[in-house]
Design a protein around this ligand. Structure first.
Ligand code: PGA
Ligand code: ZN
Length: 426
């Protein structure tokens, strides 16, 4: 039974305020979680409710916090914490809007995750085990790790938002991190030698002081080689184009090169990259308002490349269902705060999995020490995890949490590897 619901203001990795919720059960067991925040958000996401006005750049969260400590606390106190779905649906009903705009998606997601923490703790299990159950194998996710950060996370220094690597040929999650550490270090050395080292972007990847997107791709391939690894066979490239940030109405503008493209040009350009570089995954290759473009791109490249909907699908089960019907992507990014509750997040993931779509549990660009998503990726068997780069502790906290889970599992830990991507060529 829930005895207390306490919301408090804490600060995220960009130094912005965010909502933390702590739930205490009658047994004194507590669960605590913090809402993350995106920068390149999809228009269909649950609303990250901000106060507006002049203080803190309008980013205050007092309204969302008041909802937690007022209406949400009143709703939950005295109820049995065990039925996550029932309580999440009660939250959705209490909010009463299609996108959590009254209570705030930040208020509901922090509450919903705190409930999960409390219930798992009451059951005496870490969240990953509580979700996975005790029988059946547990799959360690393939990490997708940023090396260069661009787009909205680096003042649009390059158009592409994430230049990432995946190490599907590693034998374990921990080896994948070790390879990533070598590539990340090599990338820093290469940038330093080229006089382009300018610190890191929002998710910890190097700030991309490159003349164009292709230069970043070339540097990434060289970094993999310099780390003594084989591009493609051992370490592959993964991109988040986040095209909604620079595309609308079928028109795309690459700021860096002052080029204007239409949907066909975008598909052509990305197809060229797929030929020239060992790319195995592309997220949001087109803008959220370009479903026909998505469909065309996926019909051309979907057998050799994972094509992920993020801003396009916003962790929404109905949108995922539509995308399955239309074949507009073959993979879904899963972000709890886009959906607004754990239950809705799980629905989106389940619909995708049932259709054979790949799933990637993902952090946001604004993060904290909260490691809930590491547990969700393992516990739900998502097979892939995207957390940002390989620096800054709000990122490393998640990678490190998966290492602890891997250690607990010992020989039972099965690394997803290439099977997570399930591509024709492998
Ligand atoms: P965001 O970026 O958290 O700023 O939306 C992450 C992503 O686009 O995957
Ligand atoms: Zn994205």
């Amino acid at each position: 039974e829930i005895r207390k619901v306490q919301g408090r203001r804490v600060w995220d990795s960009r130094g912005r305020p965010t909502v933390e919720v702590e739930i205490t059960l009658a047994s004194d067991v507590t669960g605590r979680a913090i809402a993350p925040a995106g920068a390149s958000t999809g228009t269909g996401e649950a609303l990250d409710l901000r106060d507006g006005g002049s203080a803190l750049g309008g980013l205050g969260i007092n309204t969302a916090l008041a909802a937690v400590n007022g209406e949400i606390a009143s709703l939950l106190i005295g109820r049995d914490a065990k039925d996550q779905a029932e309580l999440d649906h009660a939250l959705i009903e209490l909010d009463g809007t299609p996108n959590r705009s009254r209570l705030g998606g930040n208020a509901t997601v922090a509450t919903s995750m705190a409930l999960l923490h409390a219930t798992a703790a009451a059951a005496g299990h870490p969240i990953w085990r509580y979700l996975a159950g005790s029988d059946g194998g547990v799959i360690m996710p393939l990490p997708e790790i940023q090396i260069f950060g661009g787009g909205a996370h680096a003042a649009r220094r390059v158009d592409v938002q994430d230049f990432m690597i995946m190490c599907p040929a590693a034998s374990s999650f921990s080896e994948a991190l070790e390879w990533t550490a070598e590539v990340y270090r090599a990338a820093g050395d290469i940038m330093k030698r080229a006089g382009k080292l300018q610190g890191v972007a929002d998710e910890g990847g190097y700030w991309p002081a490159f003349a164009n997107n292709e230069e970043a791709l070339d540097a990434l391939v060289r970094s993999i080689e310099a780390a003594g690894l084989k591009p493609g066979n051992q370490v592959a490239i993964s991109l988040d184009i986040a095209a909604s940030e620079f595309g609308r109405g079928g028109k795309y503008s690459l700021a860096l090169e002052d080029r204007k493209l239409d949907t066909a040009d975008m598909i052509e350009m990305l197809g060229g990259w797929l030929k020239a570089y060992p790319i195995v995954s592309i997220e949001d290759p087109l803008a959220e308002d370009d479903p026909e473009g998505f469909k065309e791109f996926t019909s051309r490249h979907g057998s050799s490349c994972q094509i992920i909907g993020d801003d396009f699908l916003v962790t929404n089960a109905a949108r995922v269902t539509e995308a399955i019907k239309n074949g507009s992507v073959n993979a879904v990014l899963i972000k709890p705060n886009q959906a607004g509750t754990i239950t809705e997040t799980f629905e989106a993931l389940s619909v995708a999995k049932k259709a054979g779509f790949r799933t990637i549990v993902s952090a946001r660009s604004g993060e904290t020490e909260d490691v809930t998503i590491a547990h969700l990726a393992v516990g739900w068997g998502a097979k892939q995890l995207k957390v940002g780069s390989f620096s800054r502790s709000e990122r490393m906290a998640k990678w490190n949490e998966v290492l602890r889970i891997e250690e607990v599992l010992g020989k039972e830990a099965v690394f997803a590897g290439w099977s997570a991507l399930n591509l024709a060529k492998n």
